[in-house]
Design a protein around this ligand. Sequence first.
Ligand SMILES: [Zn+2]
Ligand SMILES: [Zn+2]
Length: 183
Amino acid sequence: MPEPLPSFRYHPDPLGTGSIKADADIPCLSCSRLRGYIYTGSVWTEKNFILEDHLCPWCIADGSAAKRFAATFNYTGTLDGISAAAREEIETRTPGFIAWQQEIWLGCCGDGAAFLGLAGAQELREKFPGALDSVKQVLRDEFDLSGAELTEFLDSLSTESDPSAYIFRCQHCHKYLSYVDQA
Ligand SMILES: [Zn+2]
Ligand SMILES: [Zn+2]
């Protein structure tokens, strides 16, 4: 039996989002152990270590993978008004995800938000109905869409092909936040 996964404040369900997958055969390049789970999201290092699909969630959670490889897993450069501690936790101790363009972390109430996952039209209806208004707002404000065009774009959102929506939720006011990107 694998031990329970570490908990990640800013990415509460990494198995659900697909950023961590069960894999019995890939050893972690940080701790050299076969731990039953492997991280599948983005990794940036200055020395171009190939770490994608080769780190365990425990070495992300305790910061050892980030320290050993000078690696970061998320980009918070567009996120203003959060503490240095929150920034550090999101960048170096939180599993990231894979987007079409540079992944962006969203925040609210002076803190990073929790990443809930990718969404297409179907996921917005079934998993994240509370995020629908946020995605529509993004399509109005950032994609300049309205009416039938907005509905058509919304219906074309997918997790398998672009465009995709990325859903977050504030840990303080519980508001849904989102952004949309395409290849
Ligand atoms: Zn490890
Ligand atoms: Zn908030």
